[in-house]
Design a protein around this ligand. Structure first.
Ligand SMILES: [Zn+2]
Length: 226
């Protein structure tokens, strides 16, 4: 998957075939080209992308680990199903418990190098949302995921980051609907979180993350069928 600006710069290595195949399928699932719950044919993808089945299977295995794809014996791969209303509520309730806490802990424990990484991630996301395309939206989803992962890991609480990782939040949310305005709003909210963490302001980071998640819930709640 292409990095949309030069943040990665000279350190960026040429994309390996596996990464490229993975990125293509990731985008198709996030942008609903492959609809939730639909069967994914290894054969058809191999033909479409002009590669053998091996990198396709590797990519699907990786996507399975990230919650985008499920694998069933004898049936094969499917795109993960849509969130139910109950799952949506559970997801946000748990995020509201864990993520503001993680942000506050990160403000106290994060290394200087990881502050740099958070700032970089926000910078990479800055270009997102300008074209308003679905593919771009899928890219934004990936950056958002990395951003929240980094905050959780920087909290130093391995159980909290593991629990958050298992929710596969972004996979589910971003497939609820294509939501152009969500990108700009989320970026502004992220910037507040990053500056509080960089200033090592635990209370400020807690509050900023809580606000971001409450606003995110409000942005997506109308897309859920009750
Ligand atoms: Zn976010």
């Amino acid at each position: 998957m292409a990095v949309p600006n030069a943040v990665a710069g000279l350190l960026q290595r040429p994309a390996r075939l596996g990464d490229e195949v993975y990125g293509r399928i990731f985008s198709q699932i996030m942008s609903l080209d492959i609809a939730p719950g639909t069967r994914i044919s290894v054969d058809a993808l191999a033909r479409e992308l002009g590669v053998s089945q091996t990198p396709i299977r590797e990519a699907l295995g990786r996507l399975e680990g990230e919650g985008l794809v499920t694998k069933t014996h004898l049936v094969g791969y499917r795109a993960a199903p849509r969130l139910s209303a109950q799952q949506f509520d559970d997801l946000y309730d748990l995020r509201l418990l864990l993520e503001p806490y993680a942000a506050a802990m990160a403000a106290q424990k994060i290394s200087d190098a990881d502050i740099g990484h958070l700032v970089d991630l926000s910078g990479q996301m800055d270009g997102a949302g300008e074209q308003g395309s679905l593919d771009e939206y899928a890219h934004f989803a990936r950056f958002d995921m990395e951003f929240h992962d980094q905050v959780a890991v920087s909290s130093g609480n391995g159980l909290a980051s593991e629990a958050l990782g298992r929710l596969h939040t972004h996979v589910h949310l971003f497939r609820l609907a294509y939501h152009e305005q969500a990108i700009a709003a989320a970026l502004r909210e992220h910037a507040v979180v990053v500056s509080a963490i960089a200033a090592r302001d635990a209370a400020g980071a807690h509050e900023a993350m809580q606000l971001h998640i409450e606003k995110s819930r409000a942005r997506f709640v109308s897309r859920i069928e009750r």
